[in-house]
Design a protein around this ligand. Structure first.
Ligand code: CA
Length: 237
């Protein structure tokens, strides 16, 4: 039985109803509200395990709702936004949102994003609590990354990576299904204060793709999220 509670902050009643209906059918407990302040109040009073947050709200900017809730809570937050808001999506992710959905989206997409965000959240909380060093063996499709042995295989054959390529692939294998912004990737791989020069990232991404993708021009594993960053698809074997 699922016991998670999801808060939907969305002023478009049709979209709100669609999300509430889909999630209730999937067994979640769902609360729908139509303005930012009601969402914040609900979080303070009742709390939730995940939030779906529309950016364009009648009473306040969705970004302000995000900032407010992030002052005290690490709950997964998925942004729901219109198609032409790439900059805003990237900014929301950099400010602590976990993912985004672009309207219109299907029930399948909605459920997939929620599963990834919840799983990621529990894994992170668990790791923090137990303080586990990462010697995990990550598997996705034909790819296997053994971080204990610092080794990557595709279809059982070892592939050689430069340290930057390895760190990049490791970051994506740790975050299957999750979008990572240029800013997040640069910070994690090149360090705080590296800046926003995405050119070097694009070049390491290109060489990594040549090693893992059948057709680097049509990547199967690490996909470009235009204007935002990249996402590693989860591939069934
Ligand atoms: Ca709206």
């Amino acid at each position: 039985m699922i016991e998670e509670k999801i808060l939907v902050i969305e002023d478009d009643i049709q979209i709100q109803n669609f999300m509430v209906y889909t999630l209730e059918n999937a067994g979640f407990t769902v609360k729908g509200v139509a303005c930012g302040q009601d969402g914040i109040d609900y979080m303070i009073r009742e709390n939730a395990d995940l939030i779906l947050l529309d950016l364009g709200l009648p009473d306040m900017d969705g970004m302000d709702v995000l900032h407010k809730i992030r002052e005290w809570s690490e709950v997964p937050i998925i942004i729901v936004s219109a198609r032409d808001q790439d900059k805003e999506k990237a900014a929301a992710l950099d400010d602590g949102a976990d993912d985004y959905l672009t309207k219109p989206f299907s029930a399948t997409e909605l459920m997939a994003r929620i599963r990834v965000a919840l799983r990621h959240y529990y894994r992170m909380t668990n790791r923090k609590e137990k303080d586990i060093p990462d010697d995990t063996i990550y598997v996705n499709g034909e790819l296997m990354l053994d971080n204990g042995r610092h080794m990557v295989q595709k279809n059982g054959e070892e592939i050689h990576f430069s340290p930057l390529e390895y760190n990049l692939l490791h970051l994506f294998m740790q975050n299957p299904g999750k979008v990572l912004t240029y800013h997040t990737i640069l910070q994690k791989i090149w360090g705080e204060g590296y800046g926003e020069d995405t050119q070097v990232l694009r070049s390491v991404m290109a060489s990594t793709r040549r090693k893992i993708e059948k057709n680097p021009a049509k990547p199967e594993y690490i996909q470009t999220e235009i204007g935002v960053g990249y996402r590693m698809r989860e591939i069934e074997k």
